[in-house]
Design a protein. Structure first.
Length: 194
């Protein structure tokens, strides 16, 4: 009797629809992709928004002090920014009025980048290196082309295999289906021969 009662309770729990809590809105639109696009990214950090996950380097400039500066572009986010490394404390980089400076040794040993700015294809983007130890600004530029994001082609590892014809249904004289065969031979006969 107790097994019957237990079974009835279990069955009712499985069949009764459960109410779930309403989904809470996320702080980011996507857990896997960028959290902004175009003008929504204006002034934001490419690393925090995930726009810097797979950017393109439009151009790179080696400065007179030995620092490297790159113009970066994210097609997914529609934004650009400048980043630099190999710098000294006080060095800066500027992109469209947005400046990033090296403030300490830790920043000098890693990358420092400007906030993002919305950038449409065809736009010419200019960055300027601002050396801490005198000297003038070193500016360089690059255009953002209008091509779509690239998709890597599959690697070719050997000779191509010729295409096989699609299988066709086979029947016996009475019209009963015998299975599928690519050559027209009944499937049973094909299996027996192999």
């Amino acid at each position: 009797m107790s097994a019957l009662v237990f079974g009835a309770v279990l069955l009712s729990l499985l069949l009764v629809p459960h109410r779930s809590e309403p989904a809470r809105p996320s702080a980011f639109p996507s857990a896997t992709g960028p959290s902004c696009r175009d003008t929504d990214c204006e002034g934001r950090d490419p690393a925090v928004t995930k726009c810097g996950d797979a950017p393109e380097t439009l151009t790179e400039h080696l400065t007179s002090t030995g620092a490297s500066v790159q113009l970066r572009y994210s097609r997914v986010c529609g934004t650009s920014w400048a980043r630099m490394w190999g710098t000294r404390i006080g060095d800066g980089v500027e992109l469209r009025g947005r400046v990033a400076r090296v403030n300490n040794r830790a920043e000098a040993d890693t990358y420092v980048h400007t906030p993002m700015t919305a950038t449409r294809p065809g736009t010419v983007v200019q960055a300027c290196f601002l050396p801490a130890t005198g000297g003038g600004r070193e500016c360089f530029e690059s255009a953002v082309d209008g091509r779509p994001p690239s998709v890597p082609a599959p690697a070719v590892t050997g000779m191509a295999t010729p295409l096989r014809p699609l299988p066709t249904p086979t029947t016996d004289p009475s019209g009963r289906s015998l299975g599928l065969s690519a050559s027209g031979t009944p499937l049973l006969a094909t299996l027996l021969v192999r």
